[in-house]
Design a protein around this ligand. Structure first.
Ligand code: GDP
Ligand code: CA
Length: 307
């Protein structure tokens, strides 16, 4: 069975790691968000792709959910010592990857080709692809004005309320090589428990990708990033409350109109399944606290729809 997972960073990576425990990793393609990409200290950083990459390669700092395990911070300490900006955290081990990727991009290699190569080097059987090789940037509208994604998320700690989100460059972007092919060949499409507005939406905003989901002949299953109406981490619950009008499973499902056949929801949200319409709820425990929990959630998402 061939599976495509659309994924952001932490929620996406944890879930994708579970999926490759229940589906042959050779048959899994993860399509990642690049709306969070940025230039830091002259380097091109793709935070969401790297979170997924480290997670799949078992190199991740599983406590934090992002970055590498056993990380050290000497390079950044030097940057601080010398008066440079250190608002965006880059560990020493992580830096090696950014150096290589940036060099390859400057040589003219495409992000998708670089990402494939890095994943291969780390021994992944799974295909990891950016949604697009083109420049696509998430811009957040807040009461304080428009902010770039990382300004809002990291520099200002996502404290600003969000009134809207747009994706600079999306209209001119094309799906990265392999993305539409993987979606066309998929027997199952999964939307990870990632932030619908700033992780999944920027993937769907690449012309052609949402269409494949709209016209799909295979099931598409989303996993809710909320447990008991609250995000496990980050601003997804506040964004849903403000922009979708609530944090119930139906509000999550409405982020994906006509795109999903089933929504995996936590037991703690099972009392509140009204308004899902044609979207079938799959109720289970969705907290991915460890490898077992990740695998069980993936089993529920993959198996629920075949049942
Ligand atoms: P980011 O790009 O690093 O912000 O990560 P994502 O967008 O992929 O994922 C963020 C979302 O993951 C948040 O809304 C969290 O609520 C959700 N999340 C993180 N861990 C878990 C978990 O164990 N279970 C569920 N259901 N959601 C989770
Ligand atoms: Ca992200």
């Amino acid at each position: 069975m061939k599976v495509v997972v659309l994924a952001g960073g932490v929620g996406g990576g944890r879930f994708a790691r579970g999926v490759v425990d229940v589906v042959d990793p050779h048959d899994v393609t993860v399509v990642g968000n690049v709306g969070d990409d940025l230039e830091v200290l002259g380097m091109h950083v793709s935070p969401d792709l790297d979170t997924v990459l480290y997670m799949l390669a078992d190199l991740s700092d599983t406590q934090k959910g992002w970055g590498r395990a056993e990380e050290t911070w000497h390079a950044l300490a030097t940057v601080a010592e010398l008066g440079g900006d250190t608002w965006f955290l880059l560990g020493d081990r992580d830096l090696g990857l950014h150096l290589l990727r940036t060099e390859a991009l400057r040589r003219g290699e495409r992000l998708s080709a670089i990402t494939r190569r890095l994943a291969g080097r780390l021994g992944l059987a799974t295909t990891l692809l950016p949604a697009t090789d083109d420049r696509l940037r998430t811009i957040i509208a807040t009461p304080a004005g428009e902010l770039t994604f990382q300004e809002w998320f990291v520099a200002r700690g996502h404290r600003d309320e969000v009134d809207g989100v747009r994706f600079e460059g999306a209209a001119e972007a094309t799906p990265a090589p392999g993305v539409l092919e993987a979606l066309d060949a998929a027997d199952l499409i999964l939307l990870a428990p990632s932030n619908p507005f700033v992780s999944i939406e920027p993937i769907l905003a690449v012309p052609g990708i949402r269409d494949v989901l709209v016209r799909r002949r295979v099931p598409c299953v989303a996993v809710s990033p909320l447990i008991g109406g609250r995000a496990v981490k980050g601003p997804a619950d506040r964004m849903l409350a403000r922009m979708a009008g609530g944090t119930s499973p139906a509000h999550v499902a409405r982020c994906y109109p006509g795109l999903v056949d089933a929504l995996v929801v936590d037991e703690r949200d099972a009392h509140d399944l009204d308004g899902l319409g044609a979207v079938r709820p799959i109720v289970t425990r969705t907290l991915m606290r460890d490898a077992d929990a990740r695998r069980r959630l993936a089993e529920a998402a993959v198996g629920g729809v075949l049942a």
